[in-house]
Design a protein around this ligand. Structure first.
Ligand SMILES: Cc1cc2nc3c(=O)[nH]c(=O)nc-3n(C[C@H](O)[C@H](O)[C@H](O)COP(=O)(O)O)c2cc1C
Length: 222
């Protein structure tokens, strides 16, 4: 299938800080996804998205946004088939810009197939756990497999450049597994959507026949 026709997965990067490792990890994950599924992958840098915390007066769940950037962010997330949060752990949690980007929206997240890839000195599983809880609150479909990548001491503290192809090679299988789960969930949602559409068409056809039947009966009674 040509890339432009494939369902799009957004890899949303949790880190916006200068000198971050996040882009290397997100692009490495995207390459694995691309090679192992029939999906298209787009890396989202929240640093490119101006989402001020104080300029939307309404509650996100009402969806009545007044700012064009919120509308654009809403459309971006809504149109994606799935999302992957690629995030570091900061002080046992996930970074504030990621929470802010999530909290700008509400219904856009509902039912969204979602994977979590965390990283840190110990894999960032604490932040992944928190993110999973937030995903549950938003009724996202969070995948069971959540790769937790441990970065080396040198990468974290001595600013040695991360080479994901080498340094994270042992996690590639788990990342692949998460993308396969995501792909299966997208397919299932598509099938459920098709079944729902077929059932709706059938119900409409039955209603039409019933109406015609009632009209014929009332005509013959006159
Ligand atoms: C503010 C801050 C807090 C951090 N807290 C943790 C932590 O709780 N656990 C951990 O394993 N690593 C922690 N680290 C180390 C990060 O996992 C590591 O620096 C990682 O590269 C950060 O991702 P980034 O470079 O993409 O921003 C922290 C780093 C920063 C900047």
């Amino acid at each position: 299938m040509p890339d432009e026709q494939k369902p799009v997965v957004l890899l949303i990067m949790g880190s916006v800080r200068a000198g971050r490792n996040c882009p290397r990890i997100a692009h490495w994950a995207a390459r694995i996804g691309h090679a192992s599924t029939d999906l298209a992958y787009e890396v989202i840098d929240l640093a490119d998205w101006s989402l001020p915390m104080d300029d939307e007066p309404g509650l996100p769940h009402a969806g009545e946004y007044i700012q064009s950037h919120t509308h654009a962010w809403s459309e971006k997330v809504r149109s994606a088939a799935a999302v992957v949060f690629v995030t570091p752990q900061y002080n046992w949690g996930y970074p504030a810009p990621l929470k802010n980007a999530i909290d700008h929206l509400y219904s856009e997240w509902r039912g969204k197939p979602t994977a979590i890839i965390s990283y840190g000195g110990h894999g960032g599983s604490k932040c992944a756990k928190q993110l999973r809880q937030v995903g549950a609150g938003l009724k996202m479909r969070v995948m069971t497999t959540a790769p937790a990548l441990t970065l080396s001491e040198k990468v974290i503290h001595q600013q040695v450049e991360l080479d994901p192809e080498v340094d994270l090679a042992s996690y590639a299988g788990k990342v692949r597994k998460a993308f396969k789960e995501l792909s299966a969930e997208i397919r299932q949602q598509g099938d459920r959507g098709k079944s729902r559409y077929a059932a709706e068409r059938l119900l409409k056809a039955v209603a039409k026949v019933r109406k015609a039947f009632r009209e014929r009966r009332s005509l013959s009674a006159e």
